[in-house]
Design a protein around this ligand. Structure first.
Ligand code: C2E
Ligand code: MG
Ligand code: MG
Ligand code: MG
Length: 275
């Protein structure tokens, strides 16, 4: 009976699974439903130049208003989606939404600004990731330089060959490439020679542990100097107060984002930064 009808099979399956398995099964189902029902939304966090407070762009961050469970944070489903083969569908969805947002903002979008999108390392395991993204951009009729992708050190290291090809293709077309969470991943810096990047984002854990005196922050100081040497723009993540902001400015950090400026907000609220 159970083998013949779908529901019986599901019940049988459920009975044989532990609680964790059934929670995982549920999350898997819920993510798939969220994708088809377009439940995911993007919120936008502005990024500002620290010298003159000028808008550089926005980071797009996924938000999930779950129909039963309320808002679910990305840390609670992105790693799961990566492990369960769902991340490339999420990445594609997010890229489509960000591009659609740029189309909507096109008329008053500042030429030098970008929206950056977080993509998982697995994106590179799809052979035509870069080509598909460039097609999406071309079809939308927006400038490639308005879009940036954020990748982590781990994503680069685990897919060196594919990442190199994909990043070259994207950068050649004008799409910016940002290295996210810098300093949390690998102790080897040799990969910085392997890839051409545009922006280095200092992980917020470094910002959170900054000392009030300029000279007491040798690590951040060195990271900023490294970025300058590599001709990369440096963005500090997680700036939460004026003190951190001033200190980073004095240390020569180019730009920053964080609650001090603004939390990630819906597109309808982010639009106020454009004028
Ligand atoms: P991330 O890319 O490093 O994003 C920065 C995180 O820091 C965001 O958390 C943001 O809301 C938070 N944040 C920003 N300013 C501050 C601050 O001043 N203080 C503190 N404490 N936190 C701040 P969020 O949105 O929860 O995202 C967490 C992570 O989930 C992201 O880290 C990123 O790795 C991943 N993620 C988010 N959206 C996406 C997405 O669309 N696709 C993929 N593949 N991953 C995503
Ligand atoms: Mg990011
Ligand atoms: Mg980050
Ligand atoms: Mg992160």
């Amino acid at each position: 009976q159970a083998k013949q009808d779908g529901r019986g099979l599901f019940r049988l399956y459920q009975e044989h699974m532990g609680r964790q398995d059934s929670e995982e099964f549920q999350l898997d189902q819920d993510i798939k439903a969220a994708l088809t029902q377009q439940q995911f939304q993007l919120h936008y966090q502005p990024i500002f130049a620290l010298g003159s407070p000028r808008l550089l762009g926005f980071e797009a961050l996924i938000r999930w208003p779950h129909p039963q469970k309320g808002w679910i944070a990305p840390d609670q489903f992105i790693p799961f989606a990566e492990q369960h083969g769902l991340i490339s569908r999420i990445d594609r969805y997010v890229l489509q939404q960000a591009v659609a947002q740029l189309v909507a903002w096109q008329a008053h979008w500042p030429e030098h600004c970008y929206i950056s999108v977080n993509v998982s390392g697995l994106a590179f395991s799809e052979a035509n990731f870069a080509t598909q993204l460039l097609e999406l951009i071309a079809d939308a009729g927006i400038k490639p330089a308005w879009l940036a992708i954020e990748i982590t050190e781990r994503a680069l290291i685990e897919n060196i060959a594919q990442a190199r090809t994909a990043l070259k293709e994207l950068r050649l077309a004008g799409v910016k490439v940002l290295l996210d969470d810098f300093g949390t991943g690998y102790s080897s810096l040799s990969y910085l020679n392997e890839f051409k990047l545009d922006v280095l984002k200092i992980d917020r854990s470094f910002i959170a542990s900054m000392k009030p005196k300029i000279q007491d922050n040798p690590v951040i100081n060195t990271v900023i100097a490294l970025a300058k040497t590599l001709d990369l723009l440096v963005v500090a993540e997680g700036i939460e107060n004026q003190c951190q902001c001033e200190l980073l400015k004095s240390l020569g950090c180019d730009a920053g984002q964080g609650y001090w400026f603004s939390r990630p907000v819906p597109a309808a609220d982010a639009v106020c930064w454009l004028s």
